[in-house]
Design a protein around this ligand. Structure first.
Ligand code: AMP
Ligand code: MG
Length: 408
């Protein structure tokens, strides 16, 4: 049997790159820049005031003190948004607002608090140095300088910079489009009351939500019955818009495990047993002319989640260009004793707690059957128990993967 790590390596070695696309700033949030952005403008774009106060020539103010204020005539107001630069002669002052352009002839701003706030004349209580309270054109970024490099992650700060330099669209690595199909003749669409023997399709929500959480755009195609032709038709019809296809169900040994049968014949998808629990049967390969990667996950919801976390999520992160394709893990103290099969990596559902001491502890959810959806929903992490470990005793350290929401 192939190990989880070997299978993941194989998958990642076959995951390519997506063509960059141009997006508006908010659509680009969370993505990686695919171009070097050079600023066409300087930031600030003009010398302007850092304070509300009075624009002056610093040399005029050298003798100003609180006891013996210097009084200057105020020859006008400069507001933020003033379209033309004003000017003033020596021995004069202008009232100025934060962000307003420094008048020609002035080289400093006296804070309002250091004056009497006068309108026609102003009494100044302390001297200014040249440059005081002046934000210099280009002090943050000069026109012609690089603003952001290819590969930069676009968070709020970077989007603010792009907006500040007048870029409303940028080239980015796109979100992969993940197409999600549930297979199984027992499945009914959510909202249709299941008859005897029928089951509501939970997996397409599980996988679509997990794909979006990983940073992809997800599309639920819905349910395909266990029928050779209908499965291949459904997959075929989605190829054009898919960057990744994910199916659940139909990959075990059963006589009606149609995904495995139908796709094995196509010849470009391999079905393997992976040394993991749950999630042993896995299919991975490519479909169509464009060789769209396809993941065929087992149908039990817990197996689907674990398989997604082990294989699909890292592939999505790789396609996004992320350096960190794996979820962060933490070490925690197991609160109960559990057994684990020899030779398989076990993924248990757990509840991670923060201890008052600062460390973590983890308890296990009730029941380890991979059909237990309610028990899965009560967990907030997966506990990873290595292949060679057969028992974790209460008090031992374990590796835990918190399933934190990414907020994309
Ligand atoms: P399979 O992998 O097709 O043999 O399915 C294994 C188990 O998972 C069966 O009990 C299925 O009914 C169940 N199952 C398969 N697909 C889904 C789904 N989309 N939603 C909920 N349960 C499912
Ligand atoms: Mg099935």
């Amino acid at each position: 049997m192939r190990t989880v790590d070997e299978h993941l390596q194989l998958i990642l070695s076959e995951i390519g790159q997506l063509e960059p696309i141009e997006l508006t700033l908010l659509d680009a949030q969370g993505l990686l820049l695919a171009e070097n952005v050079v600023s066409a403008v300087s930031l600030p774009g003009f010398d302007n005031s850092a304070m509300d106060g009075y624009a002056v020539r610093a040399v005029d103010t050298v003798h100003a003190t609180r006891e013996e204020p210097l009084t200057l005539p105020v020859v006008g107001d400069v507001v933020a948004g003033a379209r033309a630069q004003s000017g003033m002669g020596p021995g004069l002052a202008m009232r100025i607002m934060t962000g307003a352009p420094i008048p020609a002839g002035a080289d400093a701003v006296i804070r309002l608090e250091d004056t009497d706030g006068g309108v026609a004349r102003v009494a100044i209580h302390r001297p200014a140095q040249s440059g005081d309270n002046v934000r210099r054109m280009g002090e943050d970024l000069q026109a012609g300088q690089p603003a952001l490099g290819a590969g930069a992650a676009l968070g709020p700060q970077q989007l603010a910079l792009l907006a500040a330099i007048g870029r409303d669209r940028v080239m980015v690595r796109p979100r992969p489009r993940v197409i999600v199909l549930s297979t199984g003749s027992e499945l009914v669409e959510v909202g249709t009351p299941p008859g005897f023997g029928e089951v509501s399709d939970a997996n397409s929500y599980l996988v679509a939500a997990a794909a979006r959480d990983a940073g992809a755009d997800a599309y639920r195609v819905g349910i395909v019955p266990d029928d050779h032709t209908r499965l291949l038709d459904a997959l075929e019809s989605q190829l054009l818009r898919a960057d990744i296809l994910v199916t659940t169900g139909g990959v075990s040994m059963g006589a009606f495990d149609v995904v495995k049968q139908a796709l094995s014949e196509v010849g470009t998808v391999e079905f393997t047993q992976i040394a993991m629990q749950p999630g042993k049967p896995q299919g991975f390969g490519h479909l169509g002319e464009d060789k769209v990667p396809i993941f065929c996950l087992p149908g039990n919801p817990v197996s689907a989640l674990v398989s997604f976390e082990a294989f699909v999520r890292p592939a999505i992160r790789r396609l996004l260009g992320k350096r960190q394709i794996h979820r962060a893990t933490v070490q925690a103290i197991a609160l109960e004793t559990v057994r684990s099969p020899a030779g398989k990596r076990q993924y248990r559902r757990g509840v991670l707690h923060r201890e008052a001491s600062g460390g973590y502890s983890v308890s296990f959810v009730v029941g380890d059957g991979s059909h237990l959806i309610a028990s899965m929903a009560s967990s907030n992490c997966l506990v990873l128990i290595d292949e060679e470990v057969t028992e974790v005793v209460a008090g031992a350290r374990v590796t835990v993967m918190p399933l934190l929401l990414s907020h994309r």
